[in-house]
Design a protein around this ligand. Structure first.
Ligand code: LR7
Ligand code: MN
Length: 572
């Protein structure tokens, strides 16, 4: 596909005759346009004109959106770059309100066509692959809580525009008790005009797990595909997913997830060669991991072929109706956010299925830094979800998570039904899952020491502070609740928690956290008999500063400030 530069051009008139079909692309010739600065009427007419045409040639049209006095070419997933300092006070307010309510740039999104075109960067093999003729039909289930209008409807239209009609049975929107005004009557009216789209309203805040179950129960396609409410399906996204399920009903599929920027809405199309697998750590949160070497080899290093993955991120996936039902859908006891993704990953593998990423299928997703919506008692809800998950699926391995929360289980509700389900389905053990599906997971029992790292001179423990984008090791008063004061010393002499390792940054004289399997290569720490923690590369020792505000390295002196107690030390 033609690469399009993100050009800034003066505000100009666009009419039908200026629109030129050029191969697969449609270009707008602005040379004959006339400059019409104050004409708001013109502006909206132009927008209408372009939008209507865009829906006739979905994905094939380049359109323009405006910021005051400027047009930005923002199709092909190009960014909309806005300088907030140049906005009028009212527009500036709208801009900021958009960020505040959504944690992404709603103002920019509102300028982009609901049918915007996207780049097609699929590997060439994807377009040559012959998919089965007789594919199952699909219900796409999109749940949302307080989503922005343009983002939600761009998700819907991207699915309508880019799915073969005979395969798309329906789109089911599930409103998880939103209170944004535009999601009330205006959404009813809009949806009533769209064929195949229906809207379910939940009468209380249910959280994403129960919202998905409601949507699933109301749907009837042979396959269910779930999407977050801020996604964009790209050309050819559907067939590669359905093909895998058609060949094996117990295959659960995840597309490539292309990041859409939260600031300028640019989509970064990820080539298959950059695909990651999914994993998690003992905090029981999903994370991305390199694809296993065995799996790369099994596919003869052909990046475009589906690969097995230990876990799914959770928001975008397809599953056959029968298999999802067989697996008992989700634990309906999960509240608001979290845990359903790992539950379904474990169940899929342990109860007879396969979880795959399908690199030929691409769907965009807006990643954001925070969740903008209200979440009642966030940490408690997530912890409760995680405990339910651990109780039912982790067997003896649940201890590693419980150690992280200092065994403060609290009331996590009743999970007996879920345990019965696991028994009835005769699912394999978590040990089997780790040994066979996720052997790269770090097992804490292999560690030399674990728990808090407490100074011998003051009641402070090694903790982490998030300063800007880095996580720095600092001393804080020991609280005895594990959490961020919980550290493992691995047999490879890493000090780590989950996949984050201590790394000494020499030029800053600071210890920061880095990915254990990423760059830079690791720092080696040795816990010695004299209770010092020795950093091999610099040959220095971990020391608490005299004001007890820093943890740094210094010449090993045997001083009390260099002595640390690690609260569980493996017997050897
Ligand atoms: O109470 C709620 N009710 C809802 O309906 C809370 C959320 N939601 C909706 C929300 O509007 C959105 O459409 O649920 C969807 C997911 O919520 P997000 O977008 O806030 O979640 P996320 O993208 O930060 O989180 C990822 O992990 C979650 C764990 O529960 C879910 O599985 C999300 O679907 C999942 N998203 C993805 O996998 C997209 C890829 C990102 C990654 C990694
Ligand atoms: Mn999301």
């Amino acid at each position: 596909p033609a690469e399009v530069e993100n050009k800034v051009v003066p505000f100009q008139k666009v009419s039908g005759k200026d629109i030129i079909q050029n191969g697969n692309n449609v270009e707008i010739d602005l040379r004959n346009g006339e400059f019409k600065k104050e004409d708001n009427e013109m502006k909206s007419q132009q927008m209408d004109n372009v939008t209507i045409l865009a829906s006739i040639h979905p994905g094939k049209l380049l359109t323009y959106t405006h910021v005051p006095n400027k047009f930005f070419l923002c199709e092909m997933g190009m960014p909309v770059i806005i300088d907030p300092d140049k906005l009028s006070p009212e527009e500036r307010q709208t801009y900021e309100e958009g960020f505040r309510r959504n944690a992404f740039n709603q103002y920019a999104s509102d300028m982009i066509s609901l049918h915007r075109s996207l780049p097609d960067g699929r590997d060439p093999e994807c377009k040559q692959t012959e998919y089965l003729n007789d594919l199952p039909d699909v219900s796409v289930i999109i749940i949302f809580h307080n989503e922005a209008w343009s983002v939600l409807l761009r998700t819907v239209h991207s699915v309508l525009d880019r799915s073969p009609p005979h395969l798309l049975k329906e789109i089911i929107l599930v409103d998880d008790f939103s209170d944004f005004d535009h999601l009330k009557q205006p959404l009813n009216e809009y949806v009533s005009m769209l064929a195949k789209v229906s809207l379910i309203r939940l009468m209380e805040r249910s959280g994403l797990t129960r919202a998905r179950i409601k949507g699933f129960d109301a749907s009837s396609g042979e396959v269910a595909i779930f999407l977050d409410s801020h996604c964009e399906a790209t050309e050819g996204w559907l067939e590669p997913l359905l093909d895998r399920i058609a060949r094996n009903e117990t295959t659960v599929v995840v597309p490539m997830i292309d990041p859409i920027s939260d600031t300028d809405l640019k989509i970064s199309f990820q080539p298959a060669s950059t695909a990651n697998a999914g994993g998690f750590d003992w905090d029981l949160l999903f994370d991305w991991r390199p694809i296993q070497e065995s799996e790369r080899k099994r596919r003869n290093y052909k990046d475009y072929l589906p690969f097995r993955t230990p876990a799914m991120p959770g928001g975008l996936f397809g599953i056959s109706r029968q298999f999802f039902t067989y697996l008992g859908k989700y634990d309906a006891g999960f509240d608001i956010w979290g845990s359903e993704n790992l539950e379904l990953s474990f169940k899929t593998w342990m109860c007879g299925g396969t979880l795959e990423t399908v690199p030929c299928s691409h769907v965009g997703h807006i990643y954001r830094n925070r969740n903008p919506y209200s979440k009642p008692d966030e940490t408690e809800t997530l912890k409760r979800n995680s405990i339910r998950l651990a109780e039912v699926w982790l067997d003896e391995f649940k201890a590693y998570y419980y150690e992280r929360i200092n065994h403060t289980l609290g009331d996590y509700g009743d999970v007996s039904d879920r345990k019965t389900l696991r028994q009835t389905l005769n699912c394999k053990s978590f040990r089997w899952y780790i040994n066979n599906i996720y052997p790269e997971l770090f097992i804490p029992s292999d560690s030399i020491a674990s728990g808090e790292i407490r100074s011998k001179v003051e009641p402070v423990c090694a903790d982490v502070v998030y300063d800007y984008i880095f996580e720095r090791i600092i001393p804080t008063p020991c609280h005895g609740n594990a959490g961020n004061q919980y550290w493992l010393l691995s047999t490879e002499n890493d000090i780590r928690r989950d996949s984050r390792c201590w790394y000494y940054v020499e030029w800053l004289s600071e210890i920061k956290l880095y990915n254990c399997h990423g760059q830079p290569s690791h720092s080696e720490w040795v816990y010695r008999d004299d209770d010092s923690i020795y950093h091999s590369e610099s040959r220095r020792c971990l020391e608490l500063s005299t004001d007890a505000k820093q943890i740094r390295l210094n010449e090993c002196s045997g001083h009390e400030r260099q002595k640390w107690v690690w609260n569980r030390i493996a017997a050897d």
